[in-house]
Design a binder for this molecule. Structure first.
Ligand code: FE2
Length: 349
């Protein structure tokens, strides 16, 4: 194991781990660091496993912003000598129409070439956002599923609207349960397309999710991944439908991470006594949006920036790091299999 990911059990971090979790909901990040000191974030270790994730990236209006974030991701891989085992595409994969369906040139320009195999050779696991649930000449959900099934040599991975996999494939560390968050009644699109999954599909996914969660854990970490957050300080606000359906499951099964996009920013939310770390990575390219809850009030972190998220893993810890498009580390934290969360002081780059 890399020493960099080994929890440092000195007195200061012991105190932080002991008092830190329940305090997160009550104190701002600045207060936390002032009280607790904060260990420095270690440099990403190429010897560990890495995933890079972005949401809200396939923009039809802000291509320059998508290119800037993709460049930041490539520079991160180059500078840190990281070999990402996979990408996570957190929904709102394509805004606007995909004229030509699976043959749309946007697949090449905005996915295959935008995130090239030279830097991202692993699978690109994708989930469906509200903008993917649009009829724009064709139903984009069908197109995205068909592209995964039929495109020659693509890394685009979406075997179904909901699916699970373990990462890495050999000797896995984490189980991902990937979900379709477009539940009936969830008005995902700020401008209101109103298309969601059917009640029948909602019930089918619900039964599947509960069965997956009920299986004995085989990995140190467990994450649920989708597009819509349960909790967000961003413009879309907390989602009462998802909270009602899934928050009890997150608590019951002690899910370590709930990872989404949707709000075009980077966030990390913790709640006292809640086992789940809520991570939002929606800075893949689309226009930035405003806060409805100041991140100073509910944190520990919110950044109204374009950017991406790195997940570094070994069996003893996960480190999540938010980066802006320039590759500057904005926020990071370490989580261990016992559920402890330790905020890290972002590295100065
Ligand atoms: Fe969205």
């Amino acid at each position: 194991m890399s020493d960099l990911l080994r929890p440092q059990l000195n007195r200061r971090s012991f105190l932080r781990q002991t008092i830190g979790f329940s305090a997160l909901a009550a104190f701002s990040p600045a207060t936390l660091f002032a009280q607790q000191g904060g260990n420095d974030s270690p440099a990403p270790d190429p010897a560990n496993q890495h995933l890079l994730m972005i949401g809200d990236w396939g923009t039809n209006k802000y291509l320059g912003q998508q290119i800037a974030v993709a460049s930041g991701m490539k520079n991160f891989v180059d500078n840190r000598k990281i070999k990402p085992g996979a990408l996570f595409m957190l929904g709102d994969n394509f805004y606007g129409s995909l004229i030509g369906g699976v043959d749309s040139p946007r697949w090449q320009t905005q996915f295959e070439q935008m995130y090239p195999t030279s830097h991202f050779p692993g699978k690109a696991y994708a989930v469906l956002g509200n903008h993917d649930y649009e009829f724009k000449i064709a139903f984009k959900v069908d197109t995205e599923l068909a592209y995964a099934a039929h495109a020659q040599g693509t890394r685009w991975t979406m075997p179904a609207p909901w699916y699970t996999f373990k990462f890495p494939e050999n000797d896995p560390i984490i189980t991902f349960i990937c979900l379709d968050t477009n539940l009936p009644g969830t008005k995902g699109d700020f401008f209101g397309t109103g298309i969601t999954m059917t009640k029948a599909h909602r019930d089918e996914q619900d039964a599947w999710l509960r069965a997956e969660l009920a299986k004995p854990r085989t990995t140190p970490f467990l994450a649920m991944v989708g597009h819509h957050p349960l909790y967000t300080n961003g413009i879309h606000k907390d989602n009462p439908i998802l909270i009602k359906d899934w928050d009890p499951l997150l608590r019951q099964y002690k899910v370590d991470f709930y990872i989404t996009g949707h709000d075009h920013d980077l966030q990390h939310l913790e709640f006292g006594g809640h086992p789940t770390s809520f991570v939002i990575s929606g800075g893949g390219g689309a226009e930035l949006v405003d806060w409805t809850t100041p991140p100073e009030k509910r944190g520990p972190f919110g950044g109204k920036v374009l950017g991406f998220t790195n997940m570094e893993l070994n069996k003893n810890a996960v480190i999540m790091r938010h980066y802006n498009q320039a590759g500057q580390e904005l926020h990071s934290f370490r989580k261990t299999p016992d559920g402890k969360v330790e905020l890290l002081r972002p590295a100065v780059s």
